[in-house]
Design a protein around this ligand. Structure first.
Ligand SMILES: Cc1cc2nc3c(=O)[nH]c(=O)nc-3n(C[C@H](O)[C@H](O)[C@H](O)COP(=O)(O)OP(=O)(O)OC[C@H]3O[C@@H](n4cnc5c(N)ncnc54)[C@H](O)[C@@H]3O)c2cc1C
Length: 488
């Protein structure tokens, strides 16, 4: 947990802000002008030095930048409340920053950034739930729970993401039968756009609870979350089966066999181009188990189009499995300056009726520009529709048993600005999105797509009037999370 002393230690690097001048709309470091409105006393700090603002003025996509006027490193939830109330009064937009791993400015603003990482306490680990500040990383929650033999039921592929960040978008896992991370939240503490702190759950302030889960930070700032825990198995076995793209039908058929049998803990498709040209599909299956009860590979992989013996088998501890992509990303960070590559990511959710046809048509059109090795990869994550319970997480309409998240995680060939590459890939994303939408797809809004007001209305469909109503109620000044551009 970050202490007040550490906050104060950062002060030397920047001038201390005392107020905001509504006439010049600038922060003031002295009480000089009479119009300066003093900022409330804070437990943490408000920073305006350029390096801090620049660091929080961009995200992992490296495509969009927006310089905030100031950055709050809160020392308490009270700080978040006070500064949101202050910003509302002075019509200053506010965005919360988790790990800033969005790719298209979703968490950026030219107003105030609240660095949520400053609030990162693990409050309690109980027999079946964990209560954490929203700046806690999923990796940290996993380790805290593991110390008690427990685990959150689901993780994203990479677990260096903040709890608040993934709960604001959804949190799609490798598992297929348990819904998303947002489906396993019991209670939230939320500061709404008027600076008030609420505790909400399915039984208490349900309107707010629902609109915060997958709600893209439009109605409040999550400061604390209570999340389900389940008993953890100690070990994981991962099966990897490879197919050429010409065998699209076979990889999907095998995926469906595994999904229908429900014997694995998770199954998904990974796509990559090992030679830089031709994309291959890798069917990934995982099963969790306890020591001394090794899974029967032949039985679990029976009836597939490829022999069970052709599967590469990777054994690990459960926690190593949870962190499997963290090691990959850490390596990319060291070797390829991955943080500074442009990441025009494309992410869409498709209904079962059209997913296979769409992916099979799109993937062969992708080239080394889209899937350039080693950091360009893609995924198909199936999820059972009936497990998706949160109304503001937009699921494609339809009756299919499963919906499918399709990601194309493109990155630029070299670090640094490359406007032509960014423009080319944003065009591609628009094309792919339009095609997906015509087939019933919805956007998973973590990626890079220029979305208009009409696009957002289509995304929310019959939920749009309800979203407007909740926005008006919880963020009456419309100051929160302007990045996605939903209400602009
Ligand atoms: C390597 C990698 C792998 C990934 N794998 C997956 C995956 O498997 N499944 C999946 O679903 N996603 C995945 N993602 C996407 C990821 O879940 C989202 O981008 C997530 O929002 C990032 O978390 P963050 O802490 O960086 O959030 P940020 O990017 O900081 O914030 C995301 C959005 O939420 C808002 N926000 C942040 N914190 C709060 C809060 N406390 N209260 C209210 N609003 C808030 C921000 O303002 C912003 O709009 C992956 C991302 C990366 C980089």
């Amino acid at each position: 947990m970050v202490t007040r002393r550490r906050f104060l230690g950062t002060l030397g690097a920047s001038a201390l802000i005392v107020g905001f001048d509504p006439t010049t709309r600038a922060w003031a470091t002295g009480a000089g002008s009479r119009s300066v409105q003093r900022i409330p006393h804070l437990d943490g700090v408000l920073l305006t030095d350029l390096p801090t603002r620049q660091a929080d003025g961009r995200d992992l996509g490296r495509i969009v930048s927006r310089l905030p006027r100031a950055v709050l490193r809160p020392g308490s939830v009270r700080d978040v409340q006070k500064m949101i109330a202050f910003c509302r009064e002075h019509r200053i937009p506010v965005a919360t920053r988790g790990q800033g791993h969005s790719t298209h400015g979703q968490g950026l603003t030219d107003g105030l950034i609240i660095e949520n990482r400053s609030l990162a306490a693990i409050h309690s680990v109980g027999a079946d739930s964990i209560s954490v500040d929203s700046g806690v990383l999923w990796r940290e929650a996993a380790h805290a729970a593991a110390a008690r033999g427990l685990t959150p039921p689901l993780f994203t592929t990479y677990v260096g993401l903040s709890v608040g960040g993934t709960l604001s978008v959804g949190g799609f896992p490798a598992q297929n039968e348990l819904g998303l991370q947002i489906d396993h939240v019991r209670e939230l503490d939320v500061v709404t756009g008027d600076g008030r702190l609420h505790r909400c759950s399915p039984d208490r302030e349900r309107d707010l609870f629902e609109v915060m889960l997958g709600g893209l930070g439009q109605c409040g700032v999550i400061t604390r979350a209570t999340i389900d825990l389940v008993p953890a198995r100690g070990l994981a076995r991962n099966y990897l089966l490879q197919y050429p793209t010409t065998d699209t039908a076979r990889v999907w058929a095998d995926l469906h066999v595994l999904l229908e049998r429900r014997e694995l803990d998770g199954a998904y498709i990974l796509m990559f181009a090992p030679d830089g040209k031709t994309v291959v599909y890798q069917l990934n299956g995982v099963v969790f188990y306890d020591a001394g009860r090794a899974p029967d590979d032949g039985r679990l992989l029976r009836g597939l189009s490829v022999p069970a013996s052709s599967a590469a088998v990777v054994d690990s501890t459960y926690l190593e499995w949870v962190e499997r992509y963290d090691r990959v990303i850490d390596g990319w960070r060291r070797q390829y300056a991955w943080d500074d590559l442009l990441k025009p990511w494309f992410d869409v959710i498709l209904p079962g009726e059209t997913a296979q046809g769409y992916v099979s048509e799109v993937v062969p059109t992708l080239t080394a520009r889209d899937f350039g090795p080693p950091t360009g990869i893609g995924f198909v994550f199936p999820q059972r529709r009936s497990k998706l319970t949160r109304p503001f997480f937009r699921v494609p309409p339809g009756d299919s048993e499963f919906v499918y998240l399709f990601d194309v995680l493109t990155s630029s060939p070299a670090p640094g600005p490359d406007p032509a590459f960014a423009a080319e890939m944003l065009d591609r994303n628009r094309r792919l999105y339009d095609k997906a939408r015509a087939l019933g797809g919805t956007r998973y809004p973590i990626g890079s797509l220029d979305f208009t007001g009409d696009d957002w209305r289509a995304q929310y469909g019959e939920r749009w009037p309800d979203l407007l109503r909740r926005k008006a109620r919880y963020d009456p000044g419309r100051i929160l999370t302007p990045g996605p551009g939903i209400f602009s």
